[in-house]
Design a protein around this ligand. Structure first.
Ligand SMILES: [Zn+2]
Length: 642
């Protein structure tokens, strides 16, 4: 058992971007130094967006520095708010991330101002007058704080932090961030943030760099529960364009300004070269996308480190004779009024705002038209409704019928899918002490976590929002010792360890978890008033299975939905999963004692665990089996109620 109370903090706190895809904000602490990794805007569902207005949990002036992994708003869009609220430190970025932020942040400020003006006119805001979250001016002020750094060069965001960006292949300038944390008295600890991870076959960018050597890993999971279709997306787009043009309709493509538009233009140009693109106008109706396009052109001309080697200097990549760059609002309106077939690329990428909304309003009701969805569509956005087959979507206060053809082209995704994420994780030089699965809707994160545990045999957890995670690696090593100690203490299968008194109360002042290769798992947290939870378990391979109904806890509300009573030891082995709320209560064993959905655990493993349990505990031989609670025995650690 270790005591973390005497050590300097070495911690990661999730302040957003967990169990959701937006609002990435991760606080890393070394002693009294604080560095924020990403300052993302919450987007999508209203509850999430409201969080942009909440006070930041750490006074922004107390942050020493901010490091931004890439220029998407869900990673950098909150920065102006932090600067407005008093942050005065440096903001480290790669060169192209900085350039792209100079495109997206002022635009975001303008949008916030427009929204506030619109809310005031329409009178729908709770605040009177409605205020912008931040203004375009705020965005420019925030941009003054940028400190660009090249890839693969070490820099020091704050004392005790050594940082390095590596290409992540997601969008231009996007990075995997490696941090080496140094505190006096302990060995350095490394933590690697995947950022948003690209795919091997991005047409413009080099594939993501390998994981390398790291103690902790924070990995995204946007598509953790999905596999991209065999990559025929370009072919399917070509066919969609053909079909739509034959019908005399328009292809509307909601696209993120940064990267999606560039990649689309690249593919359209390839189709044009191959004689596959009908001679219809292609409108890029997004000043922001056009500005981002020039950053991409410069990067390709300037041999940027993350651009594919074979593209360097090729200025014609995006050249299309029928390309019409629409800069002003009048031009956009005339695109909406225009007759005849065309391809219209406009933002925003999830149709939650921007010019594409006007085009959808105009073109969705006509079955001649089509909509190509080429990016991730978050819950609560119009893009998601369209993808899910809604027959109408609400635009400007009224329901617009959806009769246009909707085509899901997620193969264009800039995010790695589940298997690609696992493949990337396999590039690690060793098993990390732990993997924190973030940046995904809950289902996706849990699915990826399951795969990491099942396929790689690593310790992985989906953190809670606002959770503080201790990064001292020594805990893990001492945990192994704890297991040895426990093995000696446990003499019979179901005897409680000595630390627990007969009434199940703890007589140990600290939370602890002890484990042997079979016997009693005991968790005690006297400080927090939680009683001992002696649990029978068995080990199969390196997994531990626990028949939940053997829990003798007096206060086991986590089991309240249990179908059986503890009085009947032959009842269901595992009655229920611990749901989110119950998990909260078990926060002090969260890092290892986590549950898996059967769905994400290899059925063969589940069967082995079941057999192991029935073998070990004859009283359960005939009991119905509902599932298993699984955690890794080789990663069981000591716990401190910090
Ligand atoms: Zn991104």
């Amino acid at each position: 058992m270790t005591d973390t109370t005497t050590r300097a903090p070495l911690a990661l706190t999730t302040l957003g971007g967990v169990r959701t895809v937006t609002g990435s904000r991760f606080l890393v602490e070394v002693g009294d130094r604080r560095v924020l990794v990403d300052a993302g805007l919450f987007q999508g569902l209203k509850d999430l967006r409201e969080r942009n207005w909440a006070a930041f949990p750490v006074p922004p002036r107390d942050l020493d520095a901010i490091v931004i992994t890439h220029a998407h708003l869900d990673h950098c869009g909150y920065l102006p708010k932090l600067v407005q609220a008093g942050f005065r430190g440096p903001v480290f970025v790669t060169y192209d991330t900085g350039k792209l932020m100079s495109v997206v942040l002022p635009d975001s400020g303008r949008l916030q101002e427009e929204e506030a003006r619109y809310a005031n006119r329409a009178g729908y805001s709770r605040h009177r007058p409605a205020l912008a979250l931040y203004t375009e001016d705020d965005a420019w002020t925030a941009l003054d704080r940028l400190v660009p750094k090249p890839f693969d060069e070490e820099f020091e965001p704050a004392p005790g932090f050594r940082a390095r960006f590596s290409p992540a292949g997601h969008i231009l300038g996007s990075s995997i961030l490696r941090l080496r944390l140094e505190t006096p008295g302990t060995a350095p600890v490394t933590i690697t943030f995947s950022g948003d991870l690209g795919r091997q076959q991005h047409p413009l960018l080099r594939p993501p760099e390998p994981v390398g050597d790291t103690d902790w890993l924070v990995v995204e999971s946007t598509y953790g529960d999905r596999e991209h279709a065999e990559d025929d997306s370009v072919e399917r787009l070509a066919e969609l364009i053909d079909r739509t043009v034959d019908r005399g309709g328009k292809v509307i493509i909601p696209a993120f300004a940064v990267d999606r538009t560039e990649v689309l233009l690249y593919h359209l140009r390839q189709l044009h070269e191959a004689g596959r693109l009908p001679a219809v106008p292609v409108y890029v109706d997004s000043p922001m996308a056009l500005a981002a396009l020039s950053v991409y052109r410069d990067a390709i001309d300037g041999h940027a480190d993350d651009v594919r080697d074979d593209l360097h200097g090729d200025g014609n990549l995006f050249r299309l004779p029928q390309l019409d760059e629409v800069l002003d609002a009048e031009g956009s309106k005339s695109v909406s009024r225009m007759q005849g077939p065309a391809i219209v690329i406009a933002g925003s990428g999830m149709a939650s705002g921007g010019r594409v909304v006007h085009h959808l309003e105009r073109f969705l009701p006509d079955p001649a038209n089509s909509v190509a969805l080429v990016g991730f569509q978050a819950a609560g956005t119009r893009g998601r409704s369209l993808m899910d087959g809604a027959d109408s979507v609400k635009i400007h206060g009224r329901y617009v019928p959806v009769r246009a053809e909707i085509c899901d082209l997620s193969g264009f995704s800039v995010h790695a899918d589940g298997s690609e994420l696992i493949d990337w994780l396999r590039t690690a030089e060793r098993a990390p002490a732990g993997v924190f699965v973030v940046h995904g809707e809950e289902r996706a994160s849990l699915a990826l976590r399951g795969r990491i545990v099942g396929e790689l045999g690593w310790n992985a957890v989906v953190p809670q929002d606002g959770e503080r995670l201790d990064l001292h690696v020594a805990v893990d090593r001492v945990g192994a010792g704890g297991a040895v100690e426990a093995r000696a203490a446990v003499t019979t299968d179901q005897a409680p360890p000595a630390a627990v008194s007969a009434d199940g109360r703890a007589d140990d002042s600290r939370a602890r978890l002890v484990v042997a290769d079979h016997g009693v798992l005991s968790t005690v947290d006297a400080d927090r008033g939680v009683h001992a939870v002696p649990v029978c378990f068995t080990v199969v391979d390196d997994l531990v299975a626990v028949p939940i109904d053997t829990v003798k806890a007096k206060r086991s509300t986590d089991l309240r939905r249990s179908a059986n009573t503890a009085a009947d030891p032959r009842a269901t082995l595992l009655v229920d999963h611990w749901d989110r709320h119950d998990w909260q209560q078990l926060w002090w064993v969260r890092a290892d004692l986590t549950r898996l959905d059967d769905a994400v655990l290899d059925p063969a493993v589940v069967r082995r665990l079941e057999a192991g349990l029935r073998d070990r505990y004859p009283q359960y031989r005939d009991a119905p089996f509902a599932g298993v609670l699984v955690f890794h025995v080789d990663r069981l650690t000591g716990w401190s109620a910090t």
